[in-house]
Design a protein around this ligand. Structure first.
Ligand code: AMP
Length: 294
């Protein structure tokens, strides 16, 4: 078998070997956690959620080229598989009865044939991340469809940090009539409120501190929802970020948490989420917060 047996975790690099392992073991439940590596506590919270519900957890690390709309971003994306393996093993060592597989495929394994498949997720394909990162969700859907077809998980875990991605994956699952249950997991934050992200590795300590303004602004939005007008709130956020001189606002939007329809009037939704995307020193960060849900 082409797997390297580490202390408690098997690592597979090919689809064939992974599928052979899954077929011959007949697990009671398979939980799947797709990642692009440079793992942190946010990723580990998904792994822990999967461990609660499944006999086997499959975590993938694959920096998916089709979801990057900028080559520079793909090249600069942090990669550190050795540290990732250490982190996964540290989670497992606290619960050695759990079974865990790390799937580390090459690009050829995931895309044996070049695919340019396009998906239609209606509004989800047009707003916020979709608008600012053309082709991004086609790439996400392509890789997730491929992973689901390979692994056939019972459950798959996604962070609410990438709220729109989570919505797209739910829509994909529905469109393809897949039986996998999609589980959304809460955002894990640094002590200063900054949402954990692999991209944070590219920030200096000072920049991470500066970036914590994102969380403060989202918290402010939550406190002032329905008190300020939407325009006042948007102007406030834009002016606070402009004052930093270092953080550039890409968008700050309010949308319905179910449909992602833009919220133009507080009274038109009972579930309002604020979404933000900024760049700081060329590093793109996104975050979101539910302002109210009644
Ligand atoms: P990525 O490696 O960035 O593709 O993320 C892999 C998964 O981890 C996605 O479902 C993300 O939404 C999730 N994730 C990333 N950061 C966090 C976080 N701070 N809290 C919770 N989930 C996260």
């Amino acid at each position: 078998m082409w797997a390297f047996k580490r202390l408690i975790m098997l690592i597979f690099k090919t689809v064939k070997e992974l599928q052979y392992y899954l077929k011959t073991n007949n697990f009671l439940g398979i939980g799947f956690v797709p990642t692009m590596g440079a793992l942190h506590q946010g990723h580990l919270s998904l792994i822990k959620a999967s461990q609660q519900q499944n006999e086997l957890t499959v975590c993938s690390i694959f920096v998916n080229p089709t979801q990057f709309n900028k080559q520079e971003d793909l090249i600069n994306y942090p990669r550190n598989v050795a540290a990732d393996i250490g982190l996964l093993e540290s989670v497992l060592s606290t619960n050695p009865s759990q079974k865990m597989v790390l799937f580390l495929p090459t690009e050829n394994e995931i895309y044996p044939k070049k695919s340019t498949k396009k998906y239609d997720f209606k509004l989800l394909s047009r707003v916020m991340e979709a608008k600012h990162r053309p082709g991004h969700f086609d790439g996400v859907a392509m890789v997730i469809e491929r992973f689901f077809t390979i692994i056939h998980p019972n459950y798959a875990y996604f962070g609410e940090k990438d709220f729109q991605q989570l919505a797209v994956v739910c829509a994909l699952t529905e469109q393809l009539k897949l039986s996998v249950h999609i589980v959304g997991c809460a955002i894990v934050r640094e002590q200063n409120g900054l949402a954990m992200s692999s991209r944070n590795e590219r920030l200096s300590i000072k920049e991470k501190e500066e970036a914590s303004i994102i969380f403060r602004l989202l918290t402010y939005a939550k406190q002032r929802a329905k008190q300020l007008s939407i325009l006042e709130l948007k102007n406030y956020v834009a002016s606070q970020l402009a004052a930093t001189k270092r953080i550039e606002l890409e968008y700050f939007e309010l949308a319905d948490g179910k449909t992602l329809e833009p919220v133009l009037d507080w009274n038109t939704t009972s579930y309002c989420v604020a979404f933000i995307a900024v760049t700081i020193n060329n590093v793109r960060l996104i975050d979101n917060m539910t302002l109210f849900r009644v």
